[in-house]
Design a protein around this ligand. Structure first.
Ligand code: GLN
Length: 471
């Protein structure tokens, strides 16, 4: 059952929040050992479910929360040994809002350490497997959240997206994932990776479920100065008639796509045309370079954000007499990929190199934004693949640069701050594929409206539940 269907059943009194929680808990216990989507479960779930007021708008829904989003009293590790035993004394705004509406946290999902990666193999604990094929990755860094939703171990999940971490795993696991406009969801309580790019985003098995989750978590927050005062109107937007829209297909850098991705793109174009969209090819000339800029800017911000893990404030602290040895041995616990990013980030910010790398990447970011703005004078939405291919095998990207290239199509939305949604759009040899829609700044609702039209026109043909359903 989809989240909005569960919600309707709870509202009619046909199932209780406790029964829903029990069903999901049992399912996670039975199936997750083979998947590794969860790092830990909320041990207080059943007790909380017993107490929840069934008249609340989200009563009866359980949500899987990526483990870089802090949960009060429930350990939050960011997939790192440095935070292995960190129990946050406070709640992320997104989680607080869900709970206030009656939803409950089911558990915390696996991720690449500090959200750095595209496969969830960089988790310090274990890799997560793809529910469609356990020899493949679920994508990353929100791989645990995407796998949980795809296997219906949870009807809804929260992830975070700094360079594609909601959308790429959504594509690899055949579910929906949204990277909202920068600022639409409060970042308060999201463990910072690259603050100017980070956004919390929802994952679900239908557009209506994404809307349900966005209406709950989005909106201004006094605890995040970059949050936007744009009231969420997602479910309302889905009721409006579909306006005739101009769709621009971005072809830049599309050379390396798998045949399945090319086919899905062509088929989606004809579906959108059938829905009354006008379609044209457009050019976003700087897009192929966005990856280069991203892998300068994101590590630069990360090197600064991760300086706080020195053993004095949070989580793990190495034993030792001398301060510098304590710091050194504490920080030695970072995984290899995190260390690589800290080194790269420190380098590009260092005197003598700053202008050549960080300064140029910032200037490039302005250019990319200006080009996107000009494009949205011509079209209402942009369409491009989410990833160049279906999920790759576990261990299939040993070269860090090959892993970075997975993010070719996703980082543009983060660098520009624009909203982007990945929706299931095909299969290649039984493995799911997603496509991505981008909208102008603040027009997140329009993305969901268009994706709903696609979902209905294709009769949910691209949303499969490879492991069955909980309810
Ligand atoms: N794969 C990208 C990276 O490794 C994006 C990660 C993310 O969005 N958190 O940085």
């Amino acid at each position: 059952m989809l989240a909005h269907e569960i919600r309707a059943k709870v509202a009619r009194g046909e199932v209780s929040p406790l029964e829903v929680a029990q069903a999901y808990l049992e399912r996670v216990r039975a199936l997750d050992p083979g998947l590794g989507a969860f790092l830990r479960l909320n041990e207080a779930l059943l007790e909380e479910a017993q107490r929840v007021d069934p008249s609340l708008p989200l009563a009866g829904l359980v949500v899987a929360v990526k483990d870089n989003i802090v949960t009060k009293g429930l350990a939050t590790t960011a997939g790192s040994r440095l935070l292995e035993n960190f129990v946050p004394p406070y709640e992320a705004t997104a989680v607080a809002r869900l709970k206030a509406l009656g939803a409950l946290v089911l558990g915390k999902t696996n991720l690449d350490e500090f959200a750095m990666g595209s496969s969830t193999e960089h988790s310090a604990f274990f890799p997560t497997k793809n529910p469609f094929d356990p020899s493949r990755v679920p994508g990353g860094s929100s791989g645990g959240s995407a796998a949980a939703v795809a296997a219906d171990l949870a009807p809804l999940a929260l992830g975070s997206d700094t360079g594609g971490s909601v959308r790429q795993p959504a594509s690899f696991c055949g579910v929906y994932g949204l990277k909202p406009t920068y600022g639409r969801v409060s970042r308060f309580g999201l463990i910072a990776y690259a603050s100017s790019l980070d956004q919390i985003g929802p994952l679900a098995r239908s557009v209506r479920d994404l809307a349900l989750l966005m209406d709950a978590v989005a909106g201004a927050d006094p605890l995040d100065a970059t949050s936007l005062d744009l009231p969420p109107r997602f479910q309302e937007a889905l009721e409006a008639p579909l306006p005739p829209l101009r769709l621009g297909v971005v072809r830049e850098g599309l050379a390396g796509n798998s045949p399945g991705v090319e086919r899905a793109l062509e088929e989606a174009l004809s579906v959108f045309q059938g829905l009354g969209f006008s379609v044209k090819e457009v050019s976003w000339p700087s897009l192929p370079l966005a990856l280069n800029a991203y892998y300068i800017l994101a590590p630069a911000e990360a090197s600064s954000n991760l300086a706080r893990y020195d053993g004095t404030l949070y989580g793990f602290r190495a034993e030792g007499e001398e301060l510098w040895r304590v710091v050194e041995e504490t920080r030695a616990r970072f995984g290899l990929e995190v260390k690589r990013r800290i080194l790269v980030g420190t380098f590009v910010l260092s005197s003598g190199y700053y202008e050549a790398y960080y300064g140029r990447a910032q200037a490039f970011r302005q250019r990319l934004r200006a080009e996107a703005k000009a494009l949205f004078a011509e079209v209402d939405l942009l369409l491009l693949p989410t990833a160049p291919h279906p999920p790759f095998p576990l261990g299939g990207r040993p070269d860090p640069l090959a892993m970075y290239r997975e993010d070719l199509y996703t980082v543009g939305a983060n660098l520009t701050g624009l909203p982007a949604l990945s929706f299931p759009a095909g299969f290649e040899e039984g493995l799911p594929l997603g496509l991505q829609l981008l909208a102008p700044w603040g027009r997140d609702e329009a993305l969901l409206r268009a994706a709903l039209a696609f979902e209905e026109a294709t009769e949910r043909a691209f949303v499969k539940t490879p492991m069955g359903e909980a309810l």
